[in-house]
Design a binder for this molecule. Structure first.
Ligand code: OFO
Length: 161
């Protein structure tokens, strides 16, 4: 059995993963409508990853004999101007998610729930990688000047698998 406070925190994380997915889907839609197909693709891949994370966490709770609970999701509220603002927001969001994952690991250790600690450590690593990949896109967008540079990065990100 998972302790009540750990169970609650994992359920909240599942909600956060779905909300993250919706944020990225909304960003993908915006990019697609502006003609930035590569950026749209990158955000769509990010959306799919977040959906996978939610699914993995749901399956983890089921494996531990628990019944995951789904909550109402917050609608993405993005009033962003331009490509750079979207990636800056994505970076800020990933830092927020990292904190939440770290809190779960800390809580699991405190509760002596080493299975949950182990399971969530993969997301600690994943967040390091995600923060790095988004911040390097932010850096590249700041380096280039004008739409020609953006177009080049758009093409590169369009190849994300
Ligand atoms: Fe769920 O991986 Fe980042 O947010």
């Amino acid at each position: 059995m998972i302790k009540k406070e750990v169970f609650k925190k994992i359920n909240e994380q599942i909600k956060l993963e779905y909300e993250s997915a919706f944020i990225y889907k909304q960003m993908s839609i915006t990019m697609a409508t502006k003609g930035w197909d590569g950026f749209a693709h990158w955000f769509h891949e990010q959306y799919k990853e977040e959906m996978d994370h939610a699914e993995e966490m749901i399956n983890y709770l089921i494996t531990r004999g628990e019944t995951p609970v789904l909550f109402d999701l917050k609608k993405p509220d993005l009033k962003l101007e331009g490509v750079l603002a979207h990636f800056e927001k994505a970076y800020e969001h990933e830092c927020f998610v990292s904190k939440s994952i770290n809190d779960i690991v800390a809580l699991a250790i405190k509760a002596g729930d080493y299975a949950t600690e182990n399971f969530f450590r993969r997301y600690v690593d994943e967040q390091v990688q995600e923060e790095d990949s988004v911040s390097s896109i932010v850096d590249r967008l700041k380096l280039v000047n004008g739409d020609a540079g953006y177009l080049m990065i758009d093409r590169q990100l369009g190849r994300r698998e």
